[in-house]
Design a protein around this ligand. Structure first.
Ligand code: NAD
Ligand code: UGA
Length: 464
């Protein structure tokens, strides 16, 4: 059997871009992305896609309604597909057992139940979502226990490694594709079929296969290792600030050791995004469940260091502004968790804003891609404030960086958007209160130039 019909459940940051690239590279495969959110599907079918991702618009425009379809008709899509990606969200549980740590698998489970309910022919079911080790076993049990017709299921693990902001490039030129499956004849056949899809554009030697559990664990491990590098360099940034060493110089010096490598050593206000924290918490929870407390504590420290970094940076702003920001206006440049995305999930900007708001500051926020409603939603969330009305009064959202800095006491750079580097800082300095402060949480600005203009500059990992 050649795969000719693919369905993807979940039209989010992963399902949308991944299936768009599959459609682009496999013109003979019909790809249907379904979601329970009619709103999201309507956006995928409109001129303004629900997510901002460089290069995505072009791919969608080329394939949409040719061999790429976005639909709410989940039943139809499941029925006609040979292979189904489950690409739903797997957030951290907010209630009950494992609250704040375990992955909430209710969306994965409901996707599996829908498949069991609807499928009338054999299906390869692919875990694309990031899940705990052994999740495939639960999916199989649900499928088998609920199947309506006599259908054969093969379950594969095929975790996604794309990063937001570079998703299309990451998908087109993936370092590797990982496929985990059962070590049986049928398992091997299923792995081969999924591999065949990727071979349309990924060299065969970059498609690696493992057993299902290794594949599931490798996804958690990859994110844990990446986040660990950031926490490691951020921990050293604190040492640099206390000693006169410069963390960029340290990162360069160690990164040139080919065993260490230079990537992911950019000290920052802290890492954000929907996955690093969630997936490490998930790993910690799994380790605790396996009675491996030392291993759990080891990985927990990566999260703790990130919290420390975000808090340390935020507190430093208050200290520098004479220990009071009450009624001071502070400009926040960048709200997304990284550049080239409009995503704000777990963005460090929330911690910075929360700390400043609690101290009575007035915030003027600018981000080129985050919708104003999203910023207000994030800052009025019950985790952030008990008084949303006060927050709304203290926050102004701007659609231009110059208006966001006008009349403020300080600028805080929370996201490394390229456009911030090229701002006219002479003009900005003239429009600000004096003394004028800049807190560069991303180390992207020219600090010497700013000091020459007259700014007081503070950054991560370097005493200025
Ligand atoms: P997302 O929240 O953007 O999208 C998930 C979508 O699934 C939502 O639109 C939701 O409405 C839909 N959904 C949930 N349950 C459904 C159901 N039963 N039927 C139909 N639709 C349903 O999430 P995301 O960022 O795309 O992440 C998806 C998974 O991929 C997560 O497990 C995540 O950890 C993993 N992942 C994410 C990234 C990333 O960069 N965001 C990268 C790699 C892996
Ligand atoms: C990350 C991984 O890079 C992807 O491989 C993975 O698929 C994805 O998580 C996931 O599972 O969701 P993403 O979170 O989109 O991707 O973005 P990253 O580029 O990894 O950045 C994460 C955070 O770390 C951002 O806040 C970024 O600013 C920060 N970061 C990154 C640093 O502070 N320093 C660095 O050197 C690199």
């Amino acid at each position: 059997m050649v795969i000719s019909n693919v369905c993807c459940i979940g039209a989010g940051y992963v399902g949308g871009p991944t299936c768009s690239v599959i459609a682009l590279k496999c013109p003979n495969i019909k790809v249907t992305v379904v979601d329970k959110s009619a709103d999201r599907i309507a956006q995928w079918n409109s001129d303004k896609l629900p997510i901002y991702e460089p290069g995505l618009d072009e791919v969608v425009k080329k394939c949409r309604n040719v061999n790429l379809f976005f639909s709410t008709d989940i039943e139809q899509a499941i029925k006609e597909s040979d292979l189904i990606f489950i690409s739903v969200n797997t957030p951290t549980k907010t209630f009950g057992n494992g609250k704040g740590r375990a992955a909430d698998l209710k969306y994965v489970e409901s996707a599996a139940r829908m498949i069991a309910e609807i499928a009338q022919s054999n299906k390869i079911v692919v875990e694309k979502s990031t899940v705990p080790v052994k999740a495939a076993e639960s999916i199989m049990q649900i499928l088998k226990a609920n199947q309506k017709h006599n259908v054969r299921y093969d379950i594969l693990s095929n975790p996604e490694f794309l990063a937001e902001g570079t998703a299309i490039n990451d998908l087109l030129y993936a370092d590797r594709i990982l496929i985990g499956g059962e070590d049986t004849t049928d398992g091997h056949k299923a792995v081969e079929k999924l591999g065949w899809i990727y071979q349309h554009w990924i060299p065969k030697e970059n498609i690696i296969t493992t057993n299902t559990w290794s594949s599931e664990l490798s996804k958690l491990a990859a994110n844990a290792f990446l986040a660990q590098r950031i926490s490691s360099i951020n921990s050293l940034s604190a040492v640099c600030e206390s000693t006169g060493a410069d963390v960029s110089e340290v990162a360069k010096a160690i990164g040139l050791d080919s065993r260490i490598g230079s990537k992911f050593l950019q000290a920052s206000v802290g890492f954000g995004g929907s996955c690093f924290q969630k997936d490490i918490l998930n790993l910690v929870y799994i380790c605790e469940g396996l009675n491996l407390p030392e291993v759990a504590a080891y990985w927990q420290q990566v999260i703790d260091m990130n919290e420390y970094q975000k808090t340390r940076f935020s507190q430093n702003i208050i200290e520098c502004l004479f220990n009071t920001v009450s009624d001071k206006r502070i400009s926040i440049l960048g709200f997304a968790f990284k550049k080239n995305t409009g995503d704000t999930r777990e963005t460090p900007a929330i911690t910075v804003c929360k700390t400043l708001l609690e101290e009575g500051a007035q915030l003027d926020i600018y981000d080129p891609k985050v919708e104003p409603e999203q910023i207000i939603d994030d800052l009025t969330h019950p985790f952030v404030t008990e008084s949303p009305e006060c927050v709304k009064k203290s926050v102004q959202i701007h659609n231009d960086p110059y208006s966001a800095v006008q009349g403020t006491h300080a600028i805080v750079v929370c996201t490394e958007w390229d456009e911030f580097v090229d701002l006219d800082f002479n003009r900005i300095y003239q429009s600000m209160m004096k003394p004028s402060y800049i807190f560069d949480g991303r180390k992207i600005l020219d600090h010497v130039k700013l000091e020459n203009i007259g700014f007081h500059v503070q950054t991560i990992g370097k005493r200025l």
